[in-house]
Design a protein around this ligand. Structure first.
Ligand code: NAP
Length: 480
């Protein structure tokens, strides 16, 4: 398992020799020690990415596309090894880890596909403009990526795919909980022939590395996925050099089940979009708003299905829900459940911890709460755990109002048998992505990102690539 940092094509320790531990959230066992890098190493990584940019951009675009496809194929060859690293540092069940790797590959393949079809130069109609005007997509240069622990490898390739496809280089700071998946990906970059300096990875204190990434003028774009709170810190940091900034931030998705919904389908959707990754996904359904006509049946079927989920260590066969990432996450889930019960919610399933011999106290029961209200913490903040807070409604206007009563707007879900009505309703949700009878509304080809405090910019699809190539206009007067 690679545990050094990647700078200018070489694997290096921290200058100080310092390291920090990566622990398995299931048992706090030591998985590896990785370098505690600081300003000097980050600066070298930035300089390497800056120096590598012109020759990388000068390569034929087809070569970069081939490189992305080789990377994707290598990930497929090593899926078991990568999944095992991912589960050991993140905790998710192995089957989900394999799923994340397939999803991560899709961002490399998707970026390659889009890049092959993207016109990099367009000539405006001279009859209209009165002169020759070219508009070209200009690769932004060296970029920085800061990624979260919940999907450590998919959130990484979501940035690497478009960056490399558009000829940009990168310095990555992965989350401290999950640096090993990123370092394993760095090894594959070398094997796939990614030139030295194009991919650099530094691990260590987020404040120290983040400060250098945001403050160094050689970084022309920063792509961040994580919490809204840290997003704000980065916006302040960016005020000095004004790099382009893409922020994929927190969510608080409403899951609205209409009177005419197919309840079985809605429950299957809820199971997938609530319990995946133990509820630690930015697009997890966080607030269930269910029409009173189908509320009882929905809850009954949800309790049955969620009650069958197996909680345990991600490496064990048949496990559906692994540990949450750390004690602070567990404390937040506890706080949300306690607050809901104190304010009058009923616990229909779960509500507590699962104690497993020899393992940490980070395993939470799948939980269903009813009688929830908009004042409860679980209806105001992202829970990031396997908890379904349910509220009944009678009028759709009320459900839409509650759904939009949040500073966040990443994803939202509608369950109904009336496709046309849903398509009319979807634009009224103040979110970047709406799933109509669809619990996984994200693919590599779809623009993904938030409204309101859920972020700036889009990843995925052509829009994701465009973030790396600001337009340059070339206006040509008479030349003789
Ligand atoms: P986080 O605490 O914001 O951390 C995200 C990344 O930022 C980590 O690499 C973290 O490093 C780093 N970081 C923390 N403080 C920093 C600073 N001062 N300067 C620079 N970097 C800093 O978020 P998280 O807890 O890992 O992830 C969960 C959040 O991400 C949730 O809110 C979730 O909704 C959101 N998310 C959003 C999307 C999306 O696409 N919109 C996708 C996935 C997750 P350390 O880990 O080393 O502290």
């Amino acid at each position: 398992m690679q545990n050094l940092n990647l700078i200018a094509g070489s694997w290096c320790p921290a200058d100080s020799g310092g390291t920090f531990p990566v622990l398995d959230p299931a048992d706090d066992g030591l998985v590896a020690e990785v370098p505690e890098c600081g300003i000097a190493e980050t600066r070298r990584a930035i300089e390497a990415a800056h120096a590598a940019h012109p020759p990388f951009l000068a390569r034929p675009a087809a070569e970069r596309v081939d490189m992305l496809r080789r990377l994707s194929a290598l990930m497929d060859d090593r899926v078991d090894e990568l999944a095992s690293i991912l589960t050991s540092e993140q905790g998710k069940p192995l089957a989900e880890a394999r799923g994340e790797i397939a999803y991560a590959r899709s961002y490399l393949d998707g970026a390659a596909w889009e890049a092959e079809r993207m016109a990099m130069v367009e000539e405006l109609d001279p009859e209209r403009t009165g002169k020759a005007i070219l508009v070209r997509r200009a690769a932004v240069g060296a970029t920085a990526a800061i990624t979260p622990w919940n999907f450590p490898i998919a959130m990484l390739t979501k940035k690497v795919g478009p960056a490399f496809a558009m000829g940009c280089t990168m310095v990555l700071k992965p989350a401290e909980h999950t640096p090993l998946s990123a370092l394993a990906f760095g090894e594959l970059c070398i094997e796939a022939g990614v030139p030295d300096g194009v991919m650099n990875i530094v691990t260590g204190s987020p404040e120290v590395i983040g400060e250098e990434l945001m403050g160094n003028p050689l970084i022309r774009k920063v792509s961040f996925t994580g919490s809204t709170e840290v997003g704000r810190i980065l916006v302040r940091g960016a005020s000095r050099n004004l790099p382009r900034l893409a922020l994929e931030l927190g969510g608080h998705a409403p899951f609205i089940v209409l009177e005419d919904a197919d309840v079985e389908l809605a429950v299957a959707g809820a199971m997938s979009c609530k319990f995946r990754n133990a509820g630690q996904a930015c697009i997890s359904a966080n607030r269930f708003l269910v029409h009173e006509a189908v509320h009882d049946r929905f809850v009954e079927r949800l309790v049955e299905a969620a009650g069958r989920l197996v909680v345990g260590r991600g490496t064990d066969d048949g496990v559906d829900i692994g540990p949450v990432i750390d004690d602070a996450s567990m404390a937040k889930i506890d706080r949300h459940v306690r607050d809901a019960l104190d304010r009058g919610a009923r616990c229909e399933l779960g509500g507590g911890h699962v104690h497993i011999d020899g393992l940490t106290d980070r395993f939470h029961e799948p939980t269903v709460l009813t009688g929830c209200t908009p004042e409860m913490l679980c209806f105001r903040e992202e829970t990031f755990g396997p908890v379904c807070p349910v509220m009944a409604f009678s009028e759709i206007e009320e459900a839409i109002r509650i759904a939009n009563d949040s500073p966040f707007g990443l994803a939202g879900y509608l369950w109904t048998s009336d496709r046309d009505a849903a398509i009319r309703l979807a634009p009224r949700l103040e979110v970047g992505v709406v799933g109509i009878n669809d619990p996984s509304p994200v693919t590599t080809y779809t623009p993904f990102g938030g409204m309101k405090q859920s972020g700036w910019g889009r990843e995925g699809g052509r829009a994701g690539l465009e973030e790396y190539v600001p337009l340059q206009t070339i206006s040509i007067g008479p030349t003789n």
